[in-house]
Design a protein around this ligand. Structure first.
Ligand code: FES
Length: 310
């Protein structure tokens, strides 16, 4: 090996430097010491927040997207603006209004966050717990900042505000890790529509499908939920949009959807998301994203064929 190649090899074999915050966030994913409080809190949330319209609204089912992430913008925006105004003279009143508005926005933000967090995997709940700790500390510091400003101690109020912003950013970083690295809130079924080539595909024979009982079939490497009923054959992506639970192991129920229509649905065995089998639309959360659905037809020789619904 010549000198140059050996130098490159030595450099290549060295572990790549990694950004420190990611190491911390990944460490939290495995911090089992957080499990006990996480279990206690999530059990309490599930007991208070029973399945129904309030829970669905907190998850964001009517909007078709999780409600928590956009709501965080209210407090972050208000408090960040207050921080900028605090650098300028004569803006005390405006800063107080913004801090108060941020505190008001923190209430629905926390409620939606708790609802989502109570239906996550343990690794996600560990990170989510510290995220919530950061944002709750930030809210408490902003409350203290407002109180101190009202008492006429503007400098101390600003200091509490900047301390709150530091915790807010730390919490926001973990929120980003939770959403983008750990996939909390994103649809876990969405890629299916991009993985199936256009056109009809043979799936199985109609004879082998039991009546009214969901089964699992594979289309290449894609898992599908298949249900044969008197209405026909219904096919959905099998991995639940919420966190990829196996829908073919779910219960088949008749539910009333948001429009008041009665529909045949499948309930995910993991956290109870309920989807209409006809088109994959969400009837109950925590999932907010539609389950990809497939059109079906049976050929003359009894083969069930599917193609993605567009
Ligand atoms: S994986 Fe959570 S409801 Fe399906």
């Amino acid at each position: 090996m010549n000198q140059r190649v050996s130098k490159i090899f030595r450099r290549g074999s060295r572990p790549l430097p990694r950004p420190h915050p990611v190491d911390l966030a990944e460490g939290l994913e495995h911090a089992r010491g957080l499990d006990r409080p996480a279990r206690t809190i999530s059990r309490a949330i599930r007991e208070v927040l029973r399945p129904g319209p309030v829970k669905d609204t907190l998850h964001g089912v009517p909007a078709g997207h999780p409600a928590h992430p956009p709501l965080t913008d209210v407090s972050v925006g208000c408090w960040m603006s207050a921080g900028v105004l605090d650098l300028l003279p004569g803006t005390e009143q405006a800063s107080k209004i913004l801090i108060g508005a941020g505190l008001a926005g923190a209430i629905p933000t926390a409620l939606t966050g708790l609802a989502d967090w109570s239906a996550l995997h343990p690794e996600q709940q560990r990170v989510g717990l510290v995220h919530a700790l950061g944002t709750t500390t930030a809210s408490a510091l902003y409350l203290l900042s407002l109180f101190t400003r009202h008492r006429g101690h503007t400098a101390a109020g600003k200091a509490f505000g900047y301390a709150g912003f530091t915790f807010l950013m730390a919490g926001a970083y973990l929120g980003g890790h939770l959403a983008f690295r750990q996939g909390a809130g994103a649809s876990h079924a969405e890629p299916v529509s991009h993985l199936v080539p256009l056109g009809w595909h043979d799936l199985c024979t109609a004879d082998e499908l039991p009546d009214g009982w969901p089964v699992h079939r594979r289309l290449g490497y894609i898992s599908l939920f298949v249900l044969r009923t008197q209405d026909g054959i219904h096919v959905l992506a099998d991995r639940c949009a919420h966190l990829a639970g196996p829908l073919h192991q779910g219960r088949i129920v008749t539910e009333t959807d948001l429009t008041g229509d009665t529909a045949l649905c499948v309930v995910c065995p993991w956290h109870g998301s309920t989807f209409r089998v006809r088109d994959g639309s969400v009837v109950h959360g925590p999932a907010t994203g539609r389950q990809p659905a497939f059109e079906t037809r049976v050929t003359e020789n009894g083969t069930v064929q599917v193609r993605p619904k567009v």
